[in-house]
Write a protein that binds this ligand. Structure first.
Ligand SMILES: [Zn+2]
Length: 211
């Protein structure tokens, strides 16, 4: 079930336009077994099948799979170790979010969706080369206690969810917020919600909204 989830999520990410070709990576944790399912390194999302998914323990020991896992495995595992509330991580390279990642600027919550789903500013982690300990540590430093997304300087975005649908929702909302923030800044000074407004919307989205 989790292998299929990762395969399907790769196609979903590709079709979302949030990344191109083989960039980005995806993982999910089975809360029952604690096993983490990762995309393989450098494979096209439309050819990956269930046999290509790598299953690891939280300490990185491979449980199943013959492929090399994503080069950002340490980033994924680091987040899972600190965040027991998180069971899915989507790392993308989206255009508008990356505008702010290359400026190394945070993205404030300026629209309702951002306040509701992201619950605060999306911070930009310090730069680390792809696949390095430094990159993983810089990202985990931002997300270890709270938050659902961060930017990787000059690189991309990391979005978290209690499940995969939420991780994709976070990814979409982050990219939309970045696009609106860029456009708004180009003609004026965007107004950011105050913390009381953010807290109200975030609580409403997670506890009272929907059926
Ligand atoms: Zn990347």
């Amino acid at each position: 079930m989790y292998k299929k989830l990762i395969v399907d999520s790769g196609i979903r990410m590709l079709h979302s336009g949030l990344t191109v070709e083989t960039w980005g990576n995806i993982s999910a944790r089975d809360p029952k077994s604690g096993f983490i399912y990762l995309t393989p390194s450098g494979m096209q999302y439309n050819v990956i099948n269930e046999d290509d998914i790598v299953v690891v323990k939280e300490d990185g020991t491979i449980v199943e799979g013959t492929r090399k896992p994503t080069i950002e495995t340490d980033l994924h595992l680091g987040i899972y170790r600190h965040r027991k509330d998180i069971n899915a991580i989507v790392h993308t390279h989206p255009i508008y979010s990356q505008v702010f990642a290359v400026l190394r600027q945070d993205i404030p919550p300026i629209i309702d969706e951002a306040a509701q789903i992201l619950g605060g500013p999306v911070k930009c982690a310090k730069y680390g080369l792809p696949g390095t300990d430094e990159l993983a540590i810089n990202c985990v430093t931002i997300l270890k206690d709270s938050g659902y997304a961060c930017l990787l300087a000059n690189h991309g975005a990391v979005c978290l969810g209690m499940d995969m649908d939420m991780a994709f929702k976070v990814s979409a909302v982050l990219e939309m917020t970045a696009q609106i923030y860029l456009l708004a800044r180009s003609i004026g000074k965007p107004v950011v919600f105050d913390q009381k407004e953010i807290d109200f919307m975030h609580d409403f989205a997670y506890h009272h909204y929907g059926q």
